[in-house]
Design a protein around this ligand. Sequence first.
Ligand code: FEO
Length: 401
Amino acid sequence: MSTTEIAKGIYWVGAIDWDVRDFHGYSTYQGTTYNAFLIVDDKITLFDTVKSSHKDEMLRNLKKVVDPEKIDYIVVNHVEMDHSGSLPALMELIKPEKLICSPMGHKAILDHFHRPDWPFEVVKTGSEISLGKRTIQFLETRMLHWPDSMFSYIKEDGILFSSDAFGQHYATSERFDDEVDMAEVMHQSAKYYANILYLYAPLIKKLLATVAEMNLDIKMIAPDHGVIWRSHMGRIIEAYDRWSRNEAGKKALVIYDSMWHSTEEMAHAVEEGLRETGVSTRLINLKVNHRSDVMTEVLGAKAVVLGSPTLNNGLLPRMAGFLMYMRGLKPTNKFGASFGSFGWSGEAVGLMNAALEDMKIEVIEEGVKVKYVPTEDHLEQCREMGRRIGKRVLDSLPAEA
Ligand code: FEO
């Protein structure tokens, strides 16, 4: 795998993980990349490293540009192991003059690697370090998405190394947005946002405002995963702005699991009722849809309707697991309802409604419960519920939407 000179004297020296399909619970059907960058200047500087499994690939890429032992500085923009896993080996090999990180990064590196003897240089928002011809300006981005996260901006080239922000889990041999299918890049960007950054929407709003105030002349955004934005920066910034405002469209989801098809029949009836009103619907069976793909759909939906039968006074495990996952990501600006079949106790609908309320999602219906197997009358109740929710979705949108 070859390196790419992304600007004069600035190289991508990361690694491509074609095989990864599970990223701590997030499905990565397209693999990912661990991006690391090298600036060759008076002070040769490496930005981030890669997952430890890909250290050798990164070293091969580095050696095509420079003898690693000649690197002067290492900048750690983010301490999560997919970017710092190779740091101990590289510190040993390079013995850099400076290991540059944010104040929270300093703490996190110590807690990960327990090496207080490393040559830390702690930088804060606004700090600058000259490399010779170039200057790095730092911007702490705490909780986007870890306390240590930081951006590094190369003033003379207008390149923003943005850590995880604006990234995508998308393995390609191409390095730039204008070399690949933009529909796929935007889909992977939405999935990344929905599964990693959703809960930090207020901080993202603030960060976008801060970056705008700083009036940076950004020519390229280089995240730590996926392709580099150089031709379509406006699209990803507009998308982050929209996602961070929690905008919801004319869209409703019916998310369900079923034991003996009763709840499944109800799900189809709810979806039918919703669709009759003209809203865009997604019927999502948790048996065949991964939770992280479901969250990508949740991102732009106004209504979330949940279906599960009662099992042992509770929910089916896939629904319980999905609700636990969704709760952590804190989606807002939605309303919801629930339905499900039962045999003798029938707690599922109440439990799903309680889970929605716990997520501050307004429950707008009592829900439909059916004993064992639905009749045509029951299915019509489900359709009616779908129609009412669909109408509520339409009524909730601005007139022009
Ligand atoms: Fe790509 Fe938060 O690590």
